[in-house]
Design a protein around this ligand. Structure first.
Ligand code: SAM
Length: 172
């Protein structure tokens, strides 16, 4: 069972930073990969792939041309994160039950109405407007019940040794 993220409507000029953060959060919090629609961005892909090379784990990033077809064809549960959905704390037990792959869909500036219909669950992380990065992090944290916090990443070139103060990074 694996979790993937779909980030909708990437725009190279405006979303590089936030889409990169979606990818980094997805990886660090236990997802297996991120797909993105909108403009194909080789620099975004390079940033994520370089983080994977340096910090390890198995994680992929891929552009999708047709997000609607991609969501329809995804075999597993489709979860759309939106402030208008049902509270994460109430829906997560239902989502966790079937041991199926999960696609977590996060929007950009404007989310097409069809996404709400294509999703199996529309899930909110509070009913207040905030960010796809925060919503994704909290969703994954709730889904994994905190177990992602101690996750180990293999094939790593760098590893942080936690310190009370200062920085210690080793090359295992
Ligand atoms: N105005 C956009 C729309 O048409 O819905 C939403 C823009 S918001 C900055 C970008 C994304 O952040 C949303 O599509 C959603 O995935 C996520 N998001 C923001 N607030 C959220 C919340 N309270 N719960 C869940 N997801 C949220």
């Amino acid at each position: 069972m694996a979790i993937y993220v779909l980030r909708l409507g990437h725009r190279i000029s405006r979303d590089k930073r936030i889409s990169t953060h979606c990818g980094l959060v997805a990886r660090a919090f236990g997802a297996r990969g991120i797909f993105y629609s909108g403009e194909k961005d080789t620099s975004l892909e390079k940033s994520i792939n370089s983080a994977v090379r340096e910090w390890g784990g198995h994680f992929e990033i891929k552009h999708v041309n047709n997000w609607k077809r991609f969501i329809k064809d995804f075999r597993g549960q489709k979860i759309h994160l939106t402030m208008y959905g049902l509270p994460v704390q109430k829906t997560i037990p239902k989502i966790r039950k079937p041991r199926k792959d999960i696609l977590v869909i996060v929007g950009g500036e404007k989310v097409p109405g069809e996404v709400y219909q294509l999703a199996d669950f529309n899930v909110s992380v509070t009913s207040q407007p905030h960010s796809e990065v925060a919503a994704l992090a909290i969703f994954l944290h709730e889904y994994f019940q905190g177990m992602e916090l101690t996750r180990k990443f293999n094939n790593t070139k760098r590893k942080v040794i936690p310190q009370e103060r200062g920085k210690k990074v080793i090359q295992p």
